[in-house]
Design a protein around this ligand. Structure first.
Ligand code: NAD
Ligand code: TYD
Length: 355
C-alpha cells in the first residue's frame, strides 16, 4: 500500500478513514478523490495527521478521463471506494444520482483499475476495496437470524438497490477479469463528522436547537450501530489481510430500537448540556418512511475468525463520545449547516411530513 486512492474521502466515513490510514501506514500517500456534493466538505479534512502525504482532488468518480489519469500519474496500487450517494430518504425523493454515482461511478472505477493494473494486479499486490452496506440484504423480522455473507440480496430502497448493483459489479470484475477485489458490508455507522441528515447527529443538533426530534413511525425499527472508528479499523484489516474475492460483514453488535437510541441520546445530552426540561420532551413521532426496513443485524463471525476483528465500542461509550464530539465542534456544525443543501433538505423531508 504505497499510493492509495480513496474515493469519497471528504464524507463522513471516508474522512475518518483517511485519518486512520495516515496514522496506520506511515509510508503511504493518500489521493483523496471527492466531488464535494452536499455531503462532502473540506471541513472534514482539517488537522489531518501528516497532511503532506494527503492530496485532495475535487472530481467525479464517473469521470473516466480523470480517473485514468490519476491511476497513471500517481501509480495507484490500492483503491478504497467510499464515494456514494448514501441517504435512503434522499433516494426516495430523487433516485437518479444514486444510479449515476453508485452504479455508473463504481463501474467507471472498476474499468480504470482493470486498464491500469492489467491481468496480473493480484500478483503485484494491487487491491480494490469496495465499501458497501447491510441494506443490500433487505429487512429482517424479529425472529430472523442476523445477515451472513451468504444471505441472498433483497434490497428494498433505491439506495440499497444501487449499492447491491455496485456489489455485483465488483464481484463480476473479480470472477471475469481477476481484478483483486475485496468487499465489506457494514451496518449503520455513527460518530464524528457525520452529516446531520442521519439519525444520531440530526437528533443531537435538533435537540440543541430546541426543535422536534422526528421519529419515523412507531420508532421500533432496529439498526446494528457501529462506531465509525471501529469500522475504519475493520476496513484496514481487510485491506491488509482479507482474502481476494471475499466479502466480510461488519457490525457493531448494538441493536436498540430507534426510539430507545433517541431517548439514550437525550439522556446523555441532559447530563452534558442540561436544559430546563429533558430533551426527550422534544420527541415527535412523524409519518413513517415508505418501505421502511424494520430490522438489520450483522453476523460478524467471519471477520472475527479470519481477521481477529471485533468492535471496540459498545453503544454507551460510542454514543457518549459522539455527543461529546458534536458539543466540542459546534464551529464545524455551524459551517456544515450553512452549506448548500442542508436547510433545503430539512424543508423537503420534514416540513410537510404528517404526524
Ligand atoms: P457520505 O454521504 O457522508 O459521503 C459520501 C462522499 O462521497 C461525500 O464526500 C460526497 O461528496 C462523495 N461523492 C458523492 N458522489 C460522488 C461522486 N460522483 N464522485 C466523487 N465523490 C462523490 O457517506 P458515508 O456515510 O461516509 O458513506 C461512505 C460509504 O459507506 C458509502 O459507500 C455508503 O454506501 C457506505 N455505508 C455507509 C453507512 C453509514 O451508516 N453511513 C453504512 C454502511 C455503508
Ligand atoms: P438513517 O440514519 O437515515 O440510516 P438508514 O436509513 O440508512 O438506516 O436512519 C436510521 C434509522 O432512523 C432508520 O430506521 C430511519 C430512522 N430515522 C428516523 O426515525 N427519523 C429521522 O429523522 C431519520 C433521519 C431517520
Amino acid at each position: 500500500m504505497r499510493n492509495v486512492l480513496v474515493t469519497g474521502g471528504a464524507g463522513f466515513i471516508g474522512s475518518n478513514f483517511v485519518r486512520y490510514l495516515l496514522k496506520a501506514e506511515p509510508d503511504a500517500r493518500v489521493f483523496n478523490l471527492d466531488a464535494l456534493t452536499y455531503a462532502g466538505s473540506l471541513e472534514n479534512l482539517k488537522d489531518l495527521p501528516d497532511a503532506s502525504r494527503h492530496t485532495f482532488i475535487q472530481g467525479d468518480i464517473c469521470d473516466a478521463g480523470l480517473i485514468g489519469k490519476l491511476f497513471q500519474e500517481h501509480q495507484i496500487d490500492s483503491v478504497v471506494h467510499f464515494a456514494a450517494e448514501s441517504h435512503v430518504d434522499r433516494s426516495i425523493l430523487g433516485p437518479a444520482p444514486f444510479i449515476q454515482t453508485n452504479i455508473v461511478g463504481t463501474f467507471t472505477l472498476l474499468e480504470a483499475a482493470r486498464q491500469a493494473w492489467g491481468a496480473d494486479g493480484s500478483t503485484r499486490g494491487m487491491r480494490f476495496h469496495h465499501v458497501s452496506t447491510d441494506e443490500v440484504f433487505g429487512s429482517l423480522d424479529a425472529s430472523d437470524s442476523a445477515f451472513t455473507e451468504s444471505t441472498p440480496y433483497e434490497p428494498r430502497s433505491p439506495y440499497s438497490a444501487s449499492k447491491a448493483s455496485s456489489d455485483h459489479l465488483v464481484r463480476a470484475y473479480f470472477h471475469t477479469y481477476g481484478l483483486p477485489v475485496t468487499i465489506t458490508n457494514c451496518s449503520n455507522n455513527y460518530g464524528p463528522y457525520q452529516y446531520p441528515e442521519k439519525l444520531i447527529p440530526l437528533m443531537i443538533l435538533n435537540a440543541l436547537r430546541g426543535k422536534p426530534l422526528p421519529v419515523y413511525g412507531d420508532g421500533k425499527q432496529i439498526r446494528d450501530w457501529l462506531f465509525v472508528e471501529d469500522h475504519c479499523e475493520a476496513i484496514y484489516l481487510v485491506l491488509k489481510n482479507g482474502r481476494l474475492g471475499e466479502t466480510y460483514n461488519i457490525g457493531g453488535g448494538n441493536q436498540p430500537y430507534n426510539i430507545d437510541l433517541v431517548n439514550e441520546t437525550c439522556s446523555i445530552l441532559d447530563e452534558l448540556k442540561p436544559s430546563t426540561t429533558s430533551y426527550s420532551e422534544l420527541i415527535a413521532h412523524v409519518t413513517d418512511r415508505p418501505g421502511h426496513d424494520r430490522r438489520y443485524a450483522m453476523d460478524i463471525t467471519k471477520i472475527r475468525n479470519e481477521l481477529g476483528w471485533t468492535p471496540r465500542h459498545d453503544i454507551e461509550s460510542g454514543l457518549r463520545a459522539t455527543v461529546q464530539w458534536y458539543l466540542a465542534h459546534m464551529d464545524w456544525v455551524e459551517v456544515i449547516m450553512k452549506q448548500e443543501g442542508f436547510s433545503d433538505w430539512l424543508d423537503k423531508n420534514y416540513a410537510r411530513r404528517g404526524t
